[in-house]
Design a protein around this ligand. Sequence first.
Ligand code: ADP
Ligand code: ZN
Ligand code: ZN
Length: 783
Amino acid sequence: MPVSNSASDPSSAAGHGHWVRVALDVPLPGLFDYRAGGEVRPGQRVIVPFGRRELVGVVVERPSMPAIAEEQVRDVAQVLDDVPPLPEDWLRLAAFAADYYQRPLGEVMLPALPGPLRRPAAYRGKRAGGGPVARLDARAARAAGGKRKGRPGKAGASGDGDVVAGDRAAAGAPGGAAGMTATAGPAVPGDGLVPARPALSAAQQAAVDALAALQGFRPVLLHGVTGSGKTEVYLHAAERVLAAGRQVMLLVPEINLTPQLEGVLRRRLEAVAGVRGVAVLHSGLADGERLEAWLRAVRGEARVLIGTRLALFTPLPELGLIVVDEEHDPSYKQQEGLRYSARDLAIWRARDRGVPVVLGSATPSLESWHHATAGRYLLLSLPERAQAGQLPAIRLLDTRPLRLEQGLAPPLLAAVEARLQRGEQSLIFLNRRGYAPVLHCDACGWVSGCRRCSAYMVLHRAVRPGLAGGPYRHELRCHHCGWQERVPAACPDCGNQDLQPMGRGTQRLEEYLAQRFPQARIARIDADSTRLKGSAQKLFAQVHAGEVDILVGTQMVAKGHDFQNLTFVGVLNADAMLFSHDFRAPERLFAQLMQVAGRAGRSGSASEVFVQTGYPEQPLYQALVRHDYVGFARYALDERAAAGLPPFAYQALLTAEAGELAQALGFLAQAREAAEAWAAAGDAAAVAAQPEAGSTRRAAVAPMVSAGAAQPAIAADMSRITLYDPVPLRVVRVANVERAQLLAESDSRPALQAFLRSWTALLPTLPGASRVRWQLEVDPLEI
Ligand code: ADP
Ligand code: ZN
Ligand code: ZN
């Protein structure tokens, strides 16, 4: 429905050049032109009509002429000035991300803002009350006893009162925001005491000094073994930057998995910056909480921002330092929408702002390690644990000659037994949730497949006891599409009533351990046991409080926890990742095993890690036993170099989804043929090579149509682009959609970028494009 906009006078817009070019979160390339009645600046948000809807957009530029006929240009419905215009460096960051990851600018900018700031309903209608920011501020002022007046949301260009558009403002209003402004956010787990400041070790001191000496942009890799006290180094660096009057951004992988770390960072930094000086941002926050924390950061009230990958996009006017903790963690990579790497963008942002960026890890990504050893990143090392303790002794249990008890080797069970007797904790790591990966009929070979996916249904212990449907109180669940069904009473193929679980997941392991050690208190931490909000924190708190003897868990338990009384770690089923088709699997396995082993012996008592394997001679395991990340990285990088894989090559993955695999493969084949035609044409035209030197600058090439030819030509150096065969995904069908992928690779990042820019423009025009959904991922983590 059209919005009445009497305030704006179309003729004055043309006269004063008040055209605005706006980024909108719509799946269309390009920007959209509107006419603004009053003064509007780049970085300001506006509400504009789009088709029959209204949308919030971000003004990117003020062109002197609109890109479409003037009479077709519609009016801005409302200019939002409840927050300062998004700063220039934020606009640059978004523009870079959009260009690098090949997405429309609006699909980068809008999702990066707190929800209420991008919903027209939060501003429209009688009850909008000047918008979510004004409401939040008013509530904060009331909570503060009415002394401090909230900033009133100034009326936009069209005025706030004369608006007739879709109401329901209250629906988008931040709910619990009032309480949030008074406190600093969600409660901090732990005892609330400010943790002690230990005297720095020599290695820590050297790292702190090196960081203090940095001027301007410099990427730093802080490689410190597990328990070496990397946190302490971040804190010292942060305190220095705060004392200099600048802001600090501290990125962490998944906050709810490491509430303890959040608590330590927060209490220590609150002691310096004040309670309101520390803001926390992650996806688990309610809209109002996220808006409140974001506002404090943007207004410079928060001096420290701790957050997950989404926090990377927060404007920070006085940014002085970025820290990326556990920089190797895959959760820095967003896997939907804009598939960005927050770690990589953090480095870009630090460069753009001219500030240092510290990447910390015990097991750096091979990309970062490669940069560090090549001298592009400053390498700082913490080779020893901070507290008295040694690193745990790691032993490989060769399972081939052993008789396993429910998958567990006798020495491993004996080690758990010994811990129980000494009152120490054990951790059994099994990266497979559920009861058993598949249900099976011995009589005819039937297995529990998902009817919607090319994958097995996983047997789970039912949540609700007494679930009818068979001899087991279990159910089948598909981990790919979420489909659930009852366990059949008998084999659907042959009628055999004795269906058997095959293999084991964490539930079955927990069940067995409870049987085997009836006196032990056992806790299981995986995605199933932590589904409810706050339950992960609760379980971890129990472990820290010593209320758990044996902890069973998936990769969720491998993250940075500082378990003080844990002296034994047993690792099951690691071999499953050893021979994966994914070239990154060994890197991920090694990191995971080093990290999980690193949970043991952190208080100084002697500790052990047993890894069950059928392949103890594998170089990966041999390096693990020596705690030899450097040796592993050398070996793995040699392999990557020999195979021409990242970080020695740059990749992009085009994925297509369709009702039938043939359609997906057909589209990808067309995409490849089009690129090959470019390559052939390029051979003839002898296209000049692209500038080199790892530059992330936008290569100065644009698609163009060569005269007389129907096929568009590109200026990218196609001789440096390799396109692989389109192939089905390993799990080809998920929820009745079939998927295939095509890998593009180059030894030059600019060449790949130039190619992708032309390619993504071409893809929608391919004949097969209407029958598939496609997406492009730059620097994919999983192939
Ligand atoms: P990392 O992140 O490197 O694995 P942490 O930062 O979690 O290690 O530190 C491990 C433990 O060592 C923590 O309990 C921390 O309080 C402690 N610690 C850190 N630095 C020192 C130090 N200089 N002296 C004594 N203990 C320290
Ligand atoms: Zn059967
Ligand atoms: Zn399924």
